[in-house]
Design a protein around this ligand. Structure first.
Ligand SMILES: NC(=O)c1ccc[n+]([C@@H]2O[C@H](COP(=O)([O-])OP(=O)(O)OC[C@H]3O[C@@H](n4cnc5c(N)ncnc54)[C@H](OP(=O)(O)O)[C@@H]3O)[C@@H](O)[C@H]2O)c1
Length: 205
């Protein structure tokens, strides 16, 4: 499949690497790519482009920008046709316009409201990139995902497995509220407890 990734942080790069190895065509972008500076370090076989180019390129578009970049990235996604949007962002309320940060709303649902042609799947927010350090894993961490479109979810479940993680469907997109809250807790643990590589995670028994 053609996958466009907007954002080139650690998680985005490792997903790009895994998916490329599985035979997908991948384009990755960073904010500076609008200049157009290449993504550093260079990822062999993976294309680079602006956020808009990545959004146009992918049948699947991955929102992997952080902070204020989330809003900027979404402005580019808005310009393209209906696609699957893989939302791995952790939308802290300060970074996202409205509705997020509680039990009654989520960033992923807000995106779906703003862009009804997109099939939004919330996923990866609860993992850290540290699973990469210990591959191959006998018991891979379980990645929670949710969304309202069954086909989009089945495609994303395959991508999760191709990134060497286990996939667990927890239902409709409204469940993103809990995924995002859990992700915020993980970020808090990392920042306030200075606990590198420690996060709340599920292990298959
Ligand atoms: N890292 C993790 O382990 C992890 C795990 C789960 C979820 N997440 C979530 O994933 C998101 C990204 O996290 P991160 O750790 O990868 O952040 P990061 O290291 O700060 O990287 C963010 C990337 O997004 C790019 N970017 C920002 N705005 C953009 C735009 N409008 N268009 C294109 N690229 C843009 C930045 O480009 P420049 O470098 O040019 O500024 C940078 O490459 C966040 O919401 C985070 O909470 C991260």
């Amino acid at each position: 499949m053609d996958i466009g990734i907007i954002g080139a942080g650690a998680l985005a790069k490792s997903l790009a690497h895994h998916w490329h190895k599985q035979g997908h065509q991948v384009m990755i972008s960073q904010l500076a790519a609008a200049d157009p500076a290449p993504v550093q370090p260079a990822l062999p076989g993976i294309r680079t482009g602006s956020a808009l180019e990545a959004a146009k390129f992918g049948e699947i578009v991955v929102l992997a920008a952080g902070g204020p970049g989330i809003t900027q990235a979404l402005a580019e996604v808005k310009k393209v046709e209906a696609k699957i949007l893989v939302d791995l962002s952790v939308p802290f309320p300060a970074d996202f316009p409205v509705r997020v940060g509680g039990w009654a709303a989520s960033g992923a649902e807000e995106i779906a409201l703003q862009m009804p042609k997109l099939h939004v799947v919330k996923v990866y927010s609860t993992v850290t990139t540290h699973w990469q350090d210990n591959l191959p894993l006998q018991r891979p961490p379980v990645v929670l995902y949710c969304g309202d479109n069954a086909l989009a979810k089945s495609i994303v479940a395959r991508l999760i497995r191709e990134s060497k993680l286990a996939a667990l469907d927890i239902g409709p997109l409204s469940m993103a509220r809990y995924i995002e809250m859990l992700a915020m807790l993980n970020v808090t643990i990392k920042q306030h407890c200075q606990a590198k590589g420690l996060c709340i995670s599920l292990l298959a028994q």
